[in-house]
Design a protein around this ligand. Structure first.
Ligand SMILES: Nc1nc2c(ncn2[C@@H]2O[C@H](COP(=O)(O)OP(=O)(O)O)[C@@H](O)[C@H]2O)c(=O)[nH]1
Ligand SMILES: [Mg+2]
Length: 267
């Protein structure tokens, strides 16, 4: 949004409009991190510069969400938050899990729009304004996609194969229209977060898939946007364990889907 534009009421976004002041949405950009002491400061600085240049129409904030890092990540994050108290905040949890970090950061935020990106900034930041604009325009959830025809994805054949296979299995088992579940680049409205996240059971890597599948199943408006993706080979993913977790999650959701959120009103 650039000032003055009202969101579709259906987005559920609250707009603060003081007299004579254009409304500005509050926006949280969460960076989940686990043992990322070497890249965290550089990525936060890049993101700060980007948000300052391109997202001036929002009251934005970067939230570093660390769980259980055993290197100097927490100290780096504390230093960043101290250096930029109005722009960088820190969430620290004692138990591991990317989903847990996102759940906590998003549910404890008072922002109108919640988003996240991986610390390696593998998804080109140039897509961020559109990701957020989708929510302003009335989508409940927006997600980056590395598997749309217009996407530009640069990653190893192994990760490409695993990703395509996983998304195919997801399609075959859940009849989803979403083509890429796992891109670490997502945004959602505060209302969608408050309604959907309590229904998401997984706290690790399957969290993203579960959130998207539930959003789709319950009729939330979802926008998948093609992105440019450059793989960072430094990964926290343990492939076999994560594949097993994902397959288990797909079966669980198929056999025991949660009930539609009582609060959902998606007319
Ligand atoms: N908070 C938190 N973040 C995590 C955890 N595991 C991974 N991450 C973060 O999740 C993001 C994606 O991880 P990455 O290893 O790049 O995944 P890949 O790109 O799929 O190989 C990075 O920002 C990681 O630091 C975790 O247990 N807790
Ligand atoms: Mg990565």
């Amino acid at each position: 949004m650039t000032g003055g534009q009202e969101a579709s009421p259906s987005s559920g976004i609250r707009v603060e409009a003081a007299q004579g002041v254009l409304p500005r949405f509050r926006l949280d950009a969460v960076i989940p991190v686990y043992n990322e002491e070497h890249v965290l400061a550089g990525s936060v600085e890049r993101l700060r510069a980007f948000l300052a240049e391109h997202m001036g129409g929002y009251r934005w904030r970067i939230v570093v969400a660390d769980n259980a890092s055993i290197d100097g990540t927490l100290a780096v994050a504390e230093g960043l938050a101290a250096a930029h108290p109005n722009e960088v905040a820190l969430v620290h949890l004692l138990q591991k899990g990317r989903g847990r970090a996102l759940r906590h950061a998003w549910l404890n935020s008072d922002a109108d729009i919640l988003s996240y990106m991986d610390v390696d900034l593998s998804t080109d930041l140039s897509h961020y304004p559109l990701l957020i604009q989708c929510i302003v325009n009335g989508y409940d959830v927006a997600t980056g996609s590395r598997l749309l025809p217009e996407s530009k994805t640069n990653r190893s054949p192994k990760r490409e194969f695993i990703s395509r296979s996983y998304n195919l299995i997801t399609k075959l088992t859940h009849f989803t229209k979403i083509v890429d579940m796992q891109c670490g680049f997502k945004a959602l409205s505060r209302r969608a977060a408050q309604e959907l996240i309590p229904l998401v059971e997984n706290n690790q890597w399957f969290f993203d898939t579960e959130l998207l599948l539930l959003a789709e199943k319950f009729g939330y408006r979802i926008k998948e946007i093609p992105v440019q993706w450059l793989e960072d080979p430094d990964t926290r993913v343990k492939i076999v364990a994560t594949v097993m977790e994902d397959l288990h999650g797909l079966v669980r959701l198929r056999l025991h889907p949660p009930a539609r959120p009582a609060a959902a009103n998606l007319d």
